[in-house]
Design a protein around this ligand. Structure first.
Ligand SMILES: [Fe+2]
Length: 246
């Protein structure tokens, strides 16, 4: 399996606090059957001021430790980018790392605030598309406006966005509203990938296997597997899991 959304880089966001915690997360991921992970630290100006340099430095530290412990997992890095007023400038300056590519466009993992969908997000996504970038909407089931009205995602579906399910939402670990919304969106086959969005060992660990069964029960095994094998494989083909930089 390939996990395309996780906070495993040490000390640069609200995920792994240090290298020891990063390695603990990776060991859990290996035990769950995850072979590759794309670290996606937050980029949210004023809160998490990450950029290619901070991400690549943390990635290099983590890779060195993986190598020294001979852990059987490969990591690459991108970012989870919050929709803010700074985003367009960051795109223009080519400051944002991509998750990979999909149908000839570069994939940007995009996060709405949990409270609402910012007005103008559809225009932002059209603008990104003109730049050759397709937005992957991170965990829409966690957005309170979406929880109240699933139809709010329709414009984004029509614009060709990708959608990422967070595995723990479906298991109910993040609360009933998240779970109910995730189930409905799975049944509608809205999602393209499922990822762990892991942050820490105790409350938000890297787990995908248990959720595959849930997705399969709501749809079928082919669809469930496409979310953690086939689609993540296609998207991350252009990423370098060995030595490349984000
Ligand atoms: Fe995340």
């Amino acid at each position: 399996m390939i996990d395309v959304h996780c906070h495993i880089l040490p000390g640069i966001d609200d995920g792994a606090a240090n290298l020891a915690e990063s390695m603990a997360l990776l060991r859990l991921a290996v035990a769950d059957g995850i072979k590759r992970m794309v670290a996606t630290p937050h980029i949210n100006p004023g809160y998490f001021d990450n950029n290619r340099q901070t991400i690549n430095q943390a990635l290099a530290h983590l890779r060195a430790q993986i190598s020294s412990e001979q852990l059987d997992i490969e990591v690459a890095a991108a970012a989870e980018v919050r929709v803010t007023a700074d985003l367009m400038l960051a795109v223009e300056r080519q400051q944002l790392p991509f998750l990979g590519s999909w149908q000839g466009q570069q994939v940007l993992l995009l996060e709405f605030p949990p409270s609402h969908i910012p007005p103008g997000s559809d225009k932002l996504i059209k603008w990104l598309s003109q730049k050759g970038i397709v937005a992957m909407i991170a965990h829409p089931e966690r957005n309170r406006e979406v929880q109240s009205n699933l139809a709010l995602l329709e414009p984004f579906r029509r614009l060709g966005c990708l959608f990422q399910l967070t595995a723990s939402s479906l298991l109910g670990d993040l609360g009933e509203r998240h779970q109910t919304t995730a189930k409905q969106l799975v049944q509608n086959r809205v999602y393209h990938v499922m990822a762990s969005d892991c942050h820490n060992v105790n409350r938000r660990p890297p787990r995908l296997t248990a959720s595959i069964e849930q997705v399969a029960a709501l749809t079928d095994l082919d669809y469930a597997q496409s979310l953690v094998f086939h689609n993540p494989q296609i998207i991350t083909t252009t990423l370098d899991f060995q030595n490349g930089q984000a």
